[in-house]
Design a protein around this ligand. Structure first.
Ligand code: C2E
Ligand code: CA
Ligand code: CA
Ligand code: CA
Length: 281
């Protein structure tokens, strides 16, 4: 932890030492957290753009930290990715989300057609045991593969295209659905996208933020809607917060929406209420 000082001397930088220590601490804390059941899954509704009916929920992980309270993924996903703990953590989220879907279905007839979306990290996607983990999570929860959508980002697909393709096909062979997350922020080419067995395109929030006031964003989202139609992929717009955004995206023809306007990430029992409310309308 030495750094060249203002006048050329190597000086001791105490903050750098602390951050290395903190990283080691975070790593062991994360291991402990997994062991002691401190992770939680919240679920955010994805709705039909026309009817606002909930069609699926996205599983979003949180850490119920004993001292710091409920922490979002930005506090620990990168560290877990770096030290490999993301593989067992991601497996836990996957199993929990499948089990929760089975519980909702057992509790409420309104949840019969509900699906669940689970995010995969890059490391998890490269992990050789992924396909069998997914198969096992489905079988143990007793849910059909078509009820699970796995979300992956463009950058994860671009790293090693051939391996990515074969993993996607193996997952598809199980019967799970595949979504490209944060679409538009990566660099996947159209011809490449065409070759992938993808069912859903999730349009990143950055294109949604100003869509009600910015003609360029309308043009971009419109192009993605056309792409979805041409490639027979469903489109989901992320991060919808206002009626104006919703109206604009609905008019463009986006199939599904997700965002605070329809519901924030919530605990399972809150989703239960949401389901009965929606089906009662
Ligand atoms: P993401 O997959 O793009 O998930 C959407 C994020 O946007 C979530 O943040 C969600 O709470 C937030 N969001 C949804 N609607 C709105 C809105 O209307 N306005 C605003 N401002 N935000 C909205 P969250 O839960 O903090 O998750 C952040 C990211 O962490 C996720 O982005 C995903 O990349 C990652 N993540 C979350 N859970 C998992 C997990 O279980 N495994 C992995 N590998 N990554 C996860
Ligand atoms: Ca996602
Ligand atoms: Ca996203
Ligand atoms: Ca995003």
């Amino acid at each position: 932890a030495k750094r060249a000082g203002r006048n050329g001397y190597a000086v001791f930088d105490p903050t750098m030492t602390i951050s290395v220590l903190e990283e080691a601490q975070l790593r062991s804390d994360l291991e402990q957290a997994l062991e002691h059941d401190q992770f939680r899954v919240l679920y955010q509704p994805v709705v039909d753009m026309q009817t606002q009916c909930v069609t699926s929920v996205e599983a979003l992980v949180r850490w119920q930290h004993p001292k710091d309270g409920l922490l979002g993924p930005y506090h620990f996903i990168a560290a877990a990715e770096a030290n490999g703990l993301i593989v067992p953590l991601g497996r836990w989220v996957l199993r929990e989300a499948c089990a929760q879907l089975a519980r909702w279905r057992a509790e409420s007839p309104a949840a019969a057609g509900l699906k669940v979306n689970v995010n995969l990290s890059a490391r998890q996607f490269q992990y050789a045991g992924l396909v069998s983990d997914v198969a096992e999570a489905l079988a143990d929860a007793g849910i059909d593969a078509a009820s699970l959508t796995l979300e992956i980002t463009e950058s994860m697909l671009m790293e090693d295209i051939d391996t990515a393709k074969s993993t996607l096909h193996a997952l598809r062979a199980l019967g799970v659905r595949l979504a490209i997350d944060d679409f538009g922020t990566g660099y996947s080419s159209l011809s490449y996208l065409k070759q992938l067995p993808v069912d859903v395109i999730k349009i990143d929030k950055t294109f949604v933020d100003d869509v009600h006031i910015d003609a360029d964003d309308v043009a971009l989202v419109d192009a993605v809607a056309g792409l979805g139609q041409a490639l027979k992929m469903q489109t989901v717009a992320e991060g919808i917060e206002t009626d104006e955004q919703w109206t604009t995206l609905r008019t463009i023809g986006i199939d599904h929406g997700q965002g605070y306007l329809f519901g924030r990430p919530a605990a399972p029992d809150e989703i239960n209420e949401l389901l009965t409310r929606v089906s009662a309308i």
